[in-house]
Write a new protein. Sequence first.
Length: 131
Amino acid sequence: MAADGEAFLEKWHGILANKDMDGMRSLLAEDMTMGAPPYWNKLEGIDVIHYLLGVIISTIEDFTYYREWVSGSELCLEFRGHIGDRQLQGVDLITINDDGLVSNLDVMIRPMSALVALKEAVRPQMEGFGS
């Protein structure tokens, strides 16, 4: 049975609004992948991706989704926020598996100056992951 994107979004938005990282983890598949700037290769596995999402959620200020498209288990969520004085705009492309969990998340962010600011804010926190 195909996952219900609308039902998933209701949970996703509530979790992000509350910065509920335990709830976030409950929506991620153990073997999920993530294409995240500035990484060239996809990240793999729930532990590193859950950690990175927590860092990002606490780093991007005024994070707000303002448009979304749903096609079955494929979601496209457009967002805005800022890092310091750098405004950013981005898109989360989410694939939900048959269990209703995120199996893949690809993130794109613009402009380059905002992406660089995000990378500089996140890098020190990711260097310590797993050590």
